[in-house]
Design a protein around this ligand. Structure first.
Ligand SMILES: Cc1ncc(COP(=O)(O)O)c(C=O)c1O
Length: 404
């Protein structure tokens, strides 16, 4: 179905608020009615705890939860259903890998992360370092945010990198690292690859088999689904060899007085009552998105970012961060404005109903690399319009005048 933006907007109840211009989808996406309905319907008609009872509601809840897993498998083109683990969010998915897979690392081992990373793909590796003594090594970037492959090669050549953990799309610069190239080089050096797809999952197709990544993490709330649900994809043989992350009900095969044996994957990693309604909401979000083609979605978002680039670069004192070419950007554009702190700017914009984000966007090493403390980010989703982008220009000019 071609994108008809007014019709799409009507499917998002929150966007009926005429006082708002929502340009913060990189933080979290708004929810279409289909997602809200699916969750409400589950609570009203089929609600029970899955995998735990023999009664009809428990069976319906189990089917609904496992159907949600199937929709994620299709979304990622994973080969096996059991490669899909539900988590609370992308952050928890990465922590799962760091705590479980990472527990077998030794002092001489290293995890390579890039300077583009969100703190969610840095801090768990520092924690892994604290637990195991393994090193954290940095893959460098150029001034526009491109990964310096030479720097990756230098790290890999040492022979001790066991994992390359890298974003599939920067939440600040909107730049996409060359994943195929990175994965190929990492594998050739005997390292696994984890992709942080928190941003990428909402802005383009993902095919884990084609990419040949070993782990991939994303959050439901950034792809128009609910909060409280995320996904870890991991290759079956890797997941099978990993110890449980959290312990409790449902993740066990047997508990005895002297210990326990864990369940098979993926349940081994899903301790306790799961976010069932949220998984159903995630399925609804995936299916809602499937009515459109990625080609149309990408073209629409590119138009929005092109317009944002031209609006922002026309304002005195604005410096854009990231790649010079608009074609290299997805999802967002970040910038600084001379003479105004990003918090003051977004405060003023916020009073005009323009919702944008300011700060370090959980990427302090990236901001340090760029020589700044904070930036302002404009990010787009399927529902945004060119008119909304056009509102930003005069609002920033006005804010600048107040600080002159
Ligand atoms: C690139 C990236 N990675 C990870 C995360 C963490 O996502 P969550 O807070 O949903 O776990 C975010 C959130 O903004 C992100 O942009």
């Amino acid at each position: 179905m071609a994108l008809t933006i007014p019709a799409i907007r009507r499917q998002f109840p929150l966007l009926a608020r005429e006082d708002l211009t929502y340009l913060d989808t990189a933080a979290t996406a708004q929810k279409p009615q289909a997602v809200l309905d699916a969750m409400r319907e589950f609570y009203e008609r089929s609600y029970a705890n899955p995998h735990r009872g023999m009664h009809i509601l428990a069976e319906e809840a189990t089917v609904a939860f496992e159907d949600a897993r199937k929709s994620v498998q299709r979304f990622l083109n994973a080969e096996h259903l059991e490669e899909i683990v539900f988590t609370k969010n992308c952050t928890e998915a990465i922590n799962l890998v760091a705590r479980s897979w990472g527990s077998q690392l030794k002092k001489k081992d290293a995890i390579a992360v890039s300077l583009l990373e969100h703190h969610s793909n840095i801090v768990p590796w520092f924690q892994c370092r604290e637990q195991t003594g393994a090193q954290v090594a940095w893959i460098e970037i150029d001034d526009e945010g491109h990964i310096l492959l030479d720097s990756l090669d230098r790290l890999l050549a040492k022979g001790d990198v066991k994992l390359v953990a890298i974003t599939a799309l920067s939440n600040v610069l909107g730049v996409r690292p060359p994943l195929e190239e990175i994965i190929c080089r990492a594998h050739a050096a005997g390292a696994l690859v984890l992709l942080d797809a928190a941003q990428a999952a909402g802005h383009g197709p993902i095919d884990v088999q084609k990419l040949d990544c070993d782990f991939l993490a994303f959050s439901g709330h950034k792809i128009y689904g609910p909060t409280g649900i995320g996904v870890l994809y991991a290759k079956r043989e890797i997941l099978e060899a990993m110890p449980p992350f959290l312990g409790g009900g449902k993740m066990i095969r047997e508990v005895r007085e002297d210990g326990f044996s864990p369940a098979d994957i993926p349940l081994r990693f899903e301790a306790g009552t799961q976010p069932v309604a949220e998984a159903i909401g995630l399925r609804a979000a995936i299916e809602w998105g499937e009515q459109f083609t990625w080609k149309d979605r990408i073209a629409h978002e590119r138009e929005l970012l092109k317009r944002a680039t031209s609006v922002l670069s026309g304002i005195d004192g604005v410096s854009l961060l990231g790649p010079r070419s608009v074609d290299e950007r997805s999802s967002c554009i970040s910038f600084t404005v001379e003479g105004i702190h990003p918090h003051d700017l977004t405060d003023i914009l916020g009073r005009k109903g323009i919702c944008m984000r300011a700060g370090h966007h959980c990427t302090q090493p990236l901001h340090r690399r760029l020589g700044i403390i904070a930036s302002t980010r404009l990010s787009v989703g399927i529902y945004n319009t060119l008119e909304e982008i056009d509102r930003v220009g005069p609002a920033i000019t006005d804010a600048r005048a107040r600080f002159a």
